[in-house]
Design a protein around this ligand. Sequence first.
Ligand code: NDP
Length: 329
Amino acid sequence: NREIHLASRPHGWPTEENFRLVETEVPKPGPGQLLVRNRYMSVDPYMRGRMDDVKSYAPPFRLDAPLDGGAVGEVVASEADGFAPGDVVLHGLGWREYALVEARSARIVDPDLAPVTTYLHVLGMTGLTAYAGLLDVAGMRPGETVFVSAAAGAVGSLVGQIAKLRGAARVIGSAGSPAKVARLAALGFDAAFDYHDGPVRESLKAAAPDGIDVYFDNVGGDHLEAALSAMRTHGRVAVCGMIAQYNDTAPPAAPRNLSLVIGKRLTLRGFLVGDHEALRGEFVREMSGWLREGRVSYDETVVDGIENAPAAFLGLLRGENLGKMLVRL
Ligand code: NDP
């Protein structure tokens, strides 16, 4: 068994030196446990926050211990009722080839219903984040104009598509390369821009001359500042993530225009997907239908091998992914 440990805590941008590949014995399951051979694991931006030793909504990773995070794999041995070898399970112990999983924290998924990777994104946590954030937190209504940042990523690409399917009049996305911008057009976005091409404020104004009603924020900083400027009266921001500042060592320079929330009577609402479990049933039903009908598309960027999991994570922070970044184990 090979697993990735956190060797040291990054200051600013993480590097490969912050991680260590460690070989261990394959463990044996005790009562109530499963031994799972992981096949895919997720790398996610929130993991950067867990590398710091600070109190937050998710506990910090421990030094010299395996990292963790979403994974799917096959049960190879079971000491728990309801699980048998061959079952495919979704669980929270990624970053290792073999995981000893408490059966109560594993969920059997059906590989005949959808590709197993989709339980790590479009049908899983990232999909629910997009769905709950757009419809529940921002309360998007038909006819509105929606802007989403990191729009070619896992969450953002779904936000844009869900907005269109739920009747948004106009959907605008920003992303970090011409290829990503082209992909957004193919996904049905009405307008998209590369945020490297000029000030976000100007690009957004050109794409949404009449303003926006909803901003789904994945980035923070100058994106949030631009969105506040573009907001119509009573606009809403679902504050999902601020990836532009996850590696910052100094406070961010933007947004500098927060006082606009007063005159425009804006709502900025932060949220965590874990608080929206009540929506999961409705979300899975609606999203499965859209996937079956070919009305939602998704991209995956797959990196091979546990030894390359740190590189996959670093690549995610640098924007090397189109859609969901995954590691095949
Ligand atoms: P993505 O698939 O969107 O990957 C991250 C993307 O962020 C990169 O591909 C990159 O794309 C973009 N990015 C990185 N740095 C910058 C920057 N400085 N400015 C603009 N864009 C940047 O990841 P996820 O879909 O998993 O997550 C998206 C966001 O949602 C993150 O902020 C994450 O923290 C948040 N999140 C929040 C949850 C919650 O419960 N609140 C749950 C899940 C995710 P590009 O090439 O376009 O720069």
